[in-house]
Design a protein around this ligand. Structure first.
Ligand SMILES: Nc1ncnc2c1ncn2[C@@H]1O[C@H](COP(=O)(O)OP(=O)(O)O)[C@@H](O)[C@H]1O
Ligand SMILES: Cc1cn([C@H]2C[C@H](O)[C@@H](COP(=O)(O)O)O2)c(=O)[nH]c1=O
Length: 221
């Protein structure tokens, strides 16, 4: 039986790497797949992983119709065994419904990868529909970590190094690496407590460097 599977985790938890590995393993067994993505950091029509791998992909704009695309490919005599769908948080709920229909009516496996919540910790509409419709939901095993060492569960956005909670939902960007200058718009993965309190690594560092003795010790961070 074909399945709609949703692989989710914070930014930088290995989703795109897993998407490329999944494609590799299925293709190595002679299965024929199609790779889709939307707004990848590496540019349009590319699925890229921070481990350095990348693959050509089909870009998914808002008006793209998965059902029409797959039925068209099959009608022209093509073979489609599975779909890899990266950055699925950016797909519309209607597109997620098309993916579920492809699984049910065409018996084609769909592997979708994406983050669950945006920088405000609200679900992306596409991810919410995936949670509602997926046969199986898998949380990535490699834990991305908050600066405090706890498992990171939330994606924070920073503008000039300061965490923000207002702005456009879609802004392509990357997590900052240690020691790097903060970019104009960047992201940082945090535990819930530090996301809720707006306490990024940079702010925690600044607070702990204030000369005055802290009334409650470091525990207030
Ligand atoms: N230099 C590195 N050495 C080993 N692992 C790395 C390195 N750089 C990134 N990674 C791994 O790659 C993961 C990010 O992979 P990626 O597929 O781009 O994530 P996602 O698609 O979830 O944002 C990191 O969590 C880390 O485990
Ligand atoms: C939280 C959040 C993220 N984005 C963007 C930033 C990146 O370009 C992608 C996530 O990619 P990754 O492979 O999972 O690292 O999403 C956004 O547009 N809006 C947000 O709120």
């Amino acid at each position: 039986m074909a399945e709609l599977q949703f692989f989710t985790g914070t930014m930088d938890s290995g989703k795109s790497t897993l998407a490329l590995q999944t494609n590799h393993n299925h293709a190595a067994r002679g299965r024929s797949g199609r790779i889709f993505t939307s707004h990848d950091r590496a540019g349009a029509a590319t699925l890229s992983s921070r481990l350095g791998l990348q693959h050509e992909a089909i870009e998914v704009p808002e008006d793209f119709d998965f059902w029409k695309y797959v039925v068209g490919a099959l009608t022209r005599g093509g073979r489609v065994d599975y779909l890899i769908c990266d950055e699925a948080q950016f797909y519309t709920p209607a597109q997620i419904e098309q993916l579920a229909r492809i699984v049910d009516e065409l018996q084609i496996d769909v592997f979708a990868f994406g983050i669950l919540t945006d920088f405000r910790s609200l679900m992306f509409p596409g991810s919410a529909r995936l949670v509602e419709l997926a046969d199986r939901m898998n949380v990535l095993q490699v834990e991305a970590l908050c600066w405090c060492g706890k498992r990171a569960t939330h994606n924070a956005r920073t503008v000039n190094g300061v965490m923000v909670t207002e702005g456009e939902v879609i802004v392509v960007g990357d997590v900052e690496q240690q020691g790097e200058e903060p970019p104009d718009v960047g992201y940082e993965v945090l535990c819930r407590q530090h996301h809720r309190r707006g306490l990024t690594a940079g702010r925690a560092r600044a607070v702990s460097m204030i000369g005055e003795p802290l009334p409650f010790g470091d525990s207030r961070l």
